[in-house]
Design a protein around this ligand. Structure first.
Ligand SMILES: [Zn+2]
Length: 234
């Protein structure tokens, strides 16, 4: 059976079970016999077991984070997302894994799965922004040279529903979640936005220009569409 804390109250009308930080708390009305409480816990035991184990492992050190989605893309490659704790926060990438290292100081403040999810997402967002900025600063000049189209300025930001944008002031923006796409797909998005410097629309001429520099642009568009859900999890 489970270890739990039982809190009884005369005001309470129903029985509830809460699991927090790997600990179980049962709240019950004063009048409810212990046998009924135990019976209720027994009926829920499979679910409780699962939830308790998940939280307890999470409170230890190296564990897969999102049970519903522990994989994510990075430059088009699937990585298993891990979370670790160390003195200094950082992000480490290997062939198979992407490890978000949180500090011990952060660990103390994390009490629920929600807290951890939030902190990990923030860490990933910051890292993805840096990585995409780095990729763009290396590749926009090359592609600009080829197309002879030069943006005045570009930035990396978050968009819910688009990958990039171009305005009439010749400023480009890119969604940092693009870092999850393969390089050939990112390059297509760069070329797409650069072509808007000449055609600020999606006319036939615009697509002709895109196709001239990205002959496989349709595959790139299809890749983005096919992976939309995985790419938009942040
Ligand atoms: Zn466009």
């Amino acid at each position: 059976m489970f270890d739990y804390q039982l809190i009884r109250s005369h005001r309470r009308k129903s029985l509830t079970i809460q699991i927090k930080q790997g600990q179980m708390t049962v709240r019950a009305p004063n009048y409810l016999p212990l046998s009924e409480i135990e019976g209720f816990i027994k009926r829920k035991s499979a679910w409780l077991e699962k939830k308790l184990t998940a939280q307890q492992t999470l409170l230890q050190n190296k564990v897969p984070l999102f049970t519903y989605q522990s994989k994510l893309f990075y430059f088009g490659q699937t990585k298993t997302l891990l979370i670790e704790f160390a003195a200094k926060p950082t992000i480490e990438i290997s062939e198979q894994t992407l490890t978000v290292v949180l500090s011990y100081r952060q660990q103390k403040q994390l009490v629920s799965l929600n807290d951890i999810t939030k902190v990990v997402k923030q860490a990933l967002a910051k890292y993805f922004k840096q990585q995409l900025s780095c990729y763009l600063s290396a590749n926009i000049p090359i592609l600009s040279q080829q197309l002879q189209l030069f943006p005045l300025h570009y930035q990396v930001r978050f968009y819910k529903t688009r990958w990039g944008s171009c305005n009439s002031r010749h400023e480009l923006s890119f969604n940092y979640l693009l870092i999850m796409a393969p390089k050939w797909v990112i390059n297509y998005v760069i070329v797409h936005e650069l072509c808007h410097l000449k055609h600020l629309n999606h006319s036939a001429n615009f697509w002709l220009l895109v196709a001239k520099y990205q002959p496989h642009y349709k595959q790139a568009k299809a890749w983005l569409k096919a992976h939309q859900i995985e790419l938009s999890w942040l």
